[in-house]
Design a protein around this ligand. Structure first.
Ligand code: SAM
Ligand code: SF4
Length: 326
């Protein structure tokens, strides 16, 4: 099997699949209050089409990790059916969710073969959670995180986007929450992928500042770097670890091994790519696996060196995070 290599020699093994662009929350940095124009059902890849692309990526291209995301993946009907289709591929199968539906879904998803899960949670304060997500569902999310732990999904990670002046005063509280529940919190730098276009560099709370805040209360030491994007830190008292994903302050593009399939079937070689390869049209035109493989390889071959957020000529992608699949 020939690995999926781009023009800079980076091998791609991690496929993110967005199963819908719909969402039941409206996080301010991700979606407008009214939601977006949802992709019509007929334009979403079916579970059969998703399975075909996933199988080809695993069996012919060496992909060994698949993460289901969205929009909010749990709003798509019968998500456990898709998990059941992908689990036999023997890959590291995970899910990114806002957690609101996990009380009901964690058990069925785990039984269908889901291995691990990332839950997004940006505030532990009910009023702030409501302001940030425009929905009063903090209790559901916290209960969902507990349900994921109880269902045996491991590890459970809690992802928190830190925005200056919005929730940067909660970094230590969120770290304490992770320690208490035995889950790994990962702080994510705010990226220029918000639907409103309000992002500016001043809103980014950089890695060094996040680590210093936690270390002051819960002393930590760095963990040796692996291929994953997060910089990891271990609590010296043995209560686990936390991570920071420094997309802006310390881009990890040189180690990037990810490709993304949007809910409407566009393959994108970078989160910040300005376009992609329309696999849905190919799938529905009845192409064979060789043609599909060539299209995927060509898309990855064209990948650029890095996102260049810091360059003066940086251009924001036309799609927001919820449409690309975070
Ligand atoms: N709905 C699911 C959820 O919230 O986890 C999956 C999709 S969501 C787009 C995936 C992740 O992207 C979430 O952790 C969310 O916080 C993050 N995200 C959304 N907009 C972002 C932005 N502008 N900068 C950084 N992260 C962002
Ligand atoms: Fe929905 Fe996730 Fe975007 Fe929030 S971050 S609006 S939960 S897709």
């Amino acid at each position: 099997m020939l690995p999926l290599v781009d023009g800079f020699g980076r091998t791609h093994r991690d496929l993110r699949i967005s199963v819908t662009d719909r969402c039941n929350l409206r996080c301010t940095y991700c979606m407008p209050e009214a939601g977006m124009d949802w992709t019509p059902r007929s334009e979403l890849l079916t579970y059969e089409e998703i399975e075909r692309v996933a199988r080809l990526c695993v069996e012919r291209l060496g992909v060994d990790s698949i993460r289901l995301t969205g929009g909010e993946p749990t709003v798509r009907a019968d998500l456990d059916e898709l998990v059941g289709r992908l689990a036999p591929l023997g890959i590291d199968l995970s899910l990114t969710t806002n957690g609101t539906r996990l009380v009901d879904l964690a058990g069925p998803l785990a039984r269908s073969g889901l291995r691990r899960i990332n839950v997004s949670l940006d505030s532990l304060r009910p009023d702030r959670f409501l302001a940030l997500t425009r929905r009063d569902q903090l209790g559901d999310v916290v209960a969902g995180i507990r349900a994921a732990v109880a269902a045996g999904l491991a590890p459970v990670k809690v992802n928190c986007v830190v925005v200056r002046g919005v929730n940067d005063d909660e970094v230590v509280d969120l770290a304490a929450f992770g320690r208490e529940l035995g889950v790994t919190v990962r702080f994510i730098e705010f990226m220029p992928l918000d639907a409103s276009g309000d992002w500016d560099r001043g809103a980014v709370v950089p890695l060094a500042e996040i680590v210093a805040a936690v270390d002051e209360v819960f002393p930590v030491e760095p963990v040796a770097r692996t291929s994953e994007p997060a910089d990891r830190f271990r609590y010296l008292d043995g209560a686990g670890e936390f991570g920071v994903i420094p997309t802006v302050s310390n881009a990890f593009c040189d180690r990037c091994d990810r490709i993304r399939l949007t809910a409407d079937g566009e393959l994108r070689n970078c989160l910040f790519a300005l376009g992609g390869t329309d696999l849905r049209t190919l799938l529905r035109a009845g192409v064979d696996d060789d043609e599909l493989e060539s299209a995927i390889r060509a898309c990855v071959r064209d990948k650029w060196a890095g996102h260049g957020i810091s360059n003066v000529d940086f251009v924001r992608p036309p799609r927001s995070m919820s449409q690309i699949g975070g």
